[in-house]
Ligand binder design. Structure first.
Ligand code: ADE
Length: 241
């Protein structure tokens, strides 16, 4: 999978993308990740990337030209062939006003060969970017970050780990929270008694059928309690989800 990231602060990505599973996937080439500084595509001596909003209001708005230029030049498309670009690349604007990103969207994006992530900053991004360059806009939650960079990192992490070859044990993906509409069951490891806090007897029993039943029951209870809005999904049979 190829992922192109557009930001005026590409340095934010460097350390997180060097570490752990993601770092390995990028180093080995399973994920071809390319960072682009939008400022490199801005005109003039000051390489201005933002300007005051038409109609007034606080803050600055990111200008459209450097973003369009960065994306079209780095991906090799002409400005009059944006439809072609959008049919071949999923171009995503990270913004708090986008659709909420969730596991289902991560699964969809993991099936694409090429993603382009555009990180907004300041008070916003000129709407023509969303309208004419992007195929979708995503928010990572109902809170406002100082920019789309951390949101892009969340999307990259959630999507990349679904790409074959990034996570070693594919079975762990199938069993985890949200993949079945349930939160995960609690996990324990050695020691069985830590500070007099004992691991539930059932998980030490060796009876895999009973352990599976217990895990399922605890997962349902905790989903109902912590995330009642997910419980409807969890209780339905898989073909009704
Ligand atoms: N930029 C600022 N806040 C954001 C959010 N919640 N999701 C995506 N991009 C953002």
């Amino acid at each position: 999978m190829r992922i192109d990231v557009y930001s005026i602060f590409p340095g934010i990505f460097e350390s997180p993308l060097r570490e752990s599973l993601l770092g390995k996937a990028i180093e080995s080439g399973v994920i071809d990740l390319r960072l682009h500084d939008i400022r490199d595509y801005a005109e003039g001596r000051h390489r201005q990337v933002d300007d005051a909003p038409f109609g007034g209001g606080p803050g600055m708005v990111m200008k459209p030209e450097p973003i369009f230029r960065a994306v079209t030049e780095t991906l090799g498309y002409r400005m009059d062939r944006l439809d072609e670009l959008k049919s071949e690349v999923e171009v995503i604007l990270l913004t708090p006003s986008g659709e909420t990103f969730d596991q289902e969207k991560a699964n969809q994006l993991a099936g694409r060969e090429h993603l382009a992530l555009i990180c907004g900053r300041y008070e916003g991004v000129d709407e023509r970017v969303r309208e004419h360059l992007c195929t979708r806009a995503l928010s990572v939650g109902d809170y406002v970050l100082s920019g789309g960079e951390f949101a892009a990192l969340i999307v990259i992490d959630a999507v990349a780990r679904l790409v074959p070859g990034v996570v070693g044990n594919e079975a762990s993906l199938a069993d985890e929270s949200f993949s079945r509409g349930l939160l995960e069951y609690p996990q324990y490891t050695r020691p069985a008694d830590f500070n007099s806090w004992k691991v539930p007897e059932i998980v030490l029993s060796g009876n895999h059928g009973e352990i599976e039943k217990w895990r399922c029951q605890v997962a349902k209870e905790s989903t109902r309690k912590t995330r009642p809005e997910l419980s409807g999904i969890a209780q339905r049979k898989p073909d009704e989800v």
